[in-house]
Write a new protein. Structure first.
Length: 242
């Protein structure tokens, strides 16, 4: 059973919670808002709210899941945050490697640190690696992702904040695009999305359009549910061939 509302995964696993903002995509961080809400609900795991916290007791969770899942790692943090010791990241990837029935998706905004980590370590076959690319400035993260020898390399262009213009998708397998949600969400324009879709198609890369978010394709602000996920009247949610 799917246990998360994130459309491109099935389950989340958070051996780390909390983070710090490092780029434009972090401004309206959903995880920060959610952490405060969960603390208010009395969830012990979020007693520190959005302060970076390592959870040793969560490292064994995936061993208990009986059916195979696609798992988003650290949806409430960033595995490659500068305050997370490589020794702890080693433990996370040990769990990943020892549970090959699951497929893990690791997404970071700290692409340079991820690249450094894997310069001296191998990447488990069941680990997909990705970076967030929300604007032109963050496209440099792709250069740290591209050389890594993972079974799937992916980009998350969410929230997409501007036209990314030309993209070199060499060695990239999958691109996810989505608009921002929430009362302070910034709008996303249809031509930005179509540009990424067309470049993905031209370069043989799977394209996944997640949602419009708070601003619709018509530039009108409304609930993300009403804005939906249709792109030019169609659902475009390809998955990478692995």
């Amino acid at each position: 059973m799917k246990t998360t509302k994130i459309e491109w995964t099935e389950k989340t696993w958070n051996p780390i919670t909390g983070c710090t903002k490092i780029s434009d995509g972090c401004v309206n961080c959903y995880a920060e808002v959610m952490s405060r809400r969960l603390r208010g609900m009395g969830k012990q795991k979020y007693k520190n709210e959005f302060e970076l916290t390592l959870h040793e007791n969560v490292l064994a969770e995936p061993y208990k899941w009986k059916k195979p899942y696609t798992v988003f790692v650290c949806s409430m943090s960033d595995l490659f945050h500068e305050k997370v010791p490589f020794e702890f990241i080693d433990k996370v990837f040990q769990t990943i490697e020892q549970t090959p029935q699951h497929q893990y998706q690791v997404l970071t905004k700290r692409a340079e640190r991820m690249n450094l980590y894997f310069q001296s370590r191998h990447i488990p076959e069941n680990a997909w690696l990705g970076v967030t690319v929300e604007n032109k400035k963050s496209k440099e993260r792709i250069e740290f992702l591209r050389p890594l020898q993972a079974s799937v390399l992916f980009l998350s262009c969410e929230p997409l904040l501007e036209d990314l213009e030309e993209l070199d998708l060499t060695n990239i397998d999958w691109v996810i695009v989505g608009g921002e949600s929430g009362s302070r969400a910034r709008p996303m324009k249809e031509n930005w999305v179509l540009s990424i879709k067309e470049q993905s198609l031209a370069q043989g890369v799977a394209f996944f359009f997640k949602q419009w978010g708070t601003w619709g394709s018509d530039g009108v602000k409304r609930s993300k549910l009403r804005n939906g996920k249709l792109l030019q009247g169609k659902i475009c949610q390809e998955l990478p061939i692995k």
